[in-house]
Design a protein around this ligand. Structure first.
Ligand SMILES: Cc1cc2nc3c(=O)[nH]c(=O)nc-3n(C[C@H](O)[C@H](O)[C@H](O)COP(=O)(O)OP(=O)(O)OC[C@H]3O[C@@H](n4cnc5c(N)ncnc54)[C@H](O)[C@@H]3O)c2cc1C
Length: 305
């Protein structure tokens, strides 16, 4: 069975079962794979699942190094899949945090407009959040100051009291344990190629055959897809190194502070997040990497730039 057949079948685990899928491979061991594997195993206990990751299980990559913000504001149109996935993802993560008593910082988030045109975008975000049933509020400077004593004076801010900060590594570990307990096998090796027509997966350790292969290797999914299908070759990844700075002194940061996203510049923008283990972090400054493979960058010092 190839991806087209699965897509036509709408991709649910029940459909996988009907299509006689008994053995699947999943490439990547990030948060998306861990939740996917858990869900598949829950719906099809007899399914054999192998997870491939080139470094570690669970992933030692983006999924444990991100900002750890558990977003509660849904800025996507209500009927979009992204909105549904965010809603369900937030719910599932909150359940996991409660079940395992994982650390969570109930700090909320303030969206702070910098320029006048940001007010229009702020109101758009507010409308979208309300459409999605989120509990957001437009607040004034007095209110914002009660949340975050040192803050730029503005007429309006968007306050999301349900946005929290978690420890991404603390979340992936119990998910990883659940997966091991469910009998899912993790194989540490780099997947060199996929042949989706024949459902073959090629690694340095050999060639493996599966009924279905999920390519969930984060940004590297694109390379595997291009090598497999020869399609999408006009798309390229622009590797960007995100730099973080820890705030050691200065005003206390009690809430997450974000700029209002500007649709003309579809980046999150530099934001400040209170640290779940202490100091707040400013992130991410984005530096394009033209010379070397991102995978080879283990640690980069600010002064290197
Ligand atoms: C700087 C930054 C901050 C972020 N902050 C937040 C936040 O606050 N809140 C939030 O919700 N989201 C945040 N995100 C987004 C979030 O981290 C990602 O959406 C999420 O981690 C993606 O998970 P993933 O499982 O798809 O991919 P990844 O975590 O990237 O996992 C992919 C895995 O695939 C493996 N792999 C790749 N190629 C191969 C191969 N050929 N063979 C075998 N294995 C391979 C890698 O080793 C890796 O472990 C942030 C992202 C970044 C970059």
């Amino acid at each position: 069975m190839n991806a087209k057949q699965l897509l036509r079948s709408k991709g649910s685990a029940a459909k996988l079962y009907k299509l006689s899928v008994r053995k699947v491979a999943i490439i990547g061991a990030g948060i998306i794979v861990l939740t996917l594997a858990k869900k598949l195993k829950g719906q099809m206990p007899g399914l054999l699942i192998d997870i491939f990751d080139k470094y570690s299980f669970p992933s030692s990559g983006t999924s444990i190094r991100d900002s750890g913000v558990l977003h509660a504001v849904l800025c996507y149109a209500k009927d979009r899949l992204k909105a549904r996935f965010c809603r369900e993802g937030t719910y599932t993560l909150s359940e996991l945090i409660q079940k395992y008593g994982l650390p969570i910082l109930n700090c909320g988030r303030l969206l702070v407009p910098h320029l006048h045109k940001n007010i229009t975008n702020l109101l758009r975000k507010y409308t979208c959040a309300i459409d999605n049933g989120c509990d957001e509020r437009i607040v004034d400077h007095d209110y914002a100051r009660r949340v975050q004593p040192v803050i730029m004076p503005r007429d309006e801010y968007l306050w999301s009291h349900k946005t929290n900060v978690l420890d991404p590594e603390a979340v992936t570990n119990p998910l990883g344990m659940q997966i091991v307990d469910a009998g899912i096998v993790s194989i540490i090796t780099k997947v060199l190629r996929v042949n989706s027509e024949e459902e073959l997966l090629v690694t340095s350790k050999g060639v493996h055959r599966y009924d279905f292969i999920f390519n969930v290797a984060g940004p590297r999914s694109l390379d595997l897809y291009q090598r497999d299908t020869g399609r999408g070759i006009r798309h390229r990844l622009l590797p960007v190194l995100g730099q973080n700075v820890t705030i050691i002194t200065g005003p206390e940061i009690r809430t997450s502070l974000y700029p209002v996203p500007d649709p003309e510049w579809p980046y999150l923008g530099i934001h400040i997040t209170p640290g779940i283990r202490g100091s707040a972090i400013v992130k991410p400054n984005a530096v394009p990497i033209f010379r070397c493979n991102m995978d080879e960058i283990k640690m980069v010092e600010w002064r290197d730039f």
